[in-house]
Design a protein. Structure first.
Length: 75
């Protein structure tokens, strides 16, 4: 049973990493500091960007629940 939980956590974590990388708007090193050097200000998420954001939140919740279930059931 622990094998299934571990496999599910690996798959979810790989997909979660891919979604976070797809969401990055800044490809340069300036985006790593967290500052807004482009002067764009507030940005509203629309379309695919909003979908990726919501799926990322959902997968992070699934990953958290899988982690808790692994600890409780496998122990």
């Amino acid at each position: 049973m622990s094998t299934y939980f571990n496999l599910a956590m690996i798959v979810v974590s790989i997909v979660l990493i891919a979604l976070v990388v797809l969401q990055s708007r800044s490809a340069g090193l300036g985006g790593l500091s967290g500052g807004d050097f482009g002067g764009s200000g507030y940005h509203v998420k629309r379309g695919v960007e909003r979908l990726l954001f919501n799926v990322t939140i959902g997968l992070s919740v699934v990953f958290f629940l899988l982690s808790v279930l692994t600890v409780i059931l496998v122990g």
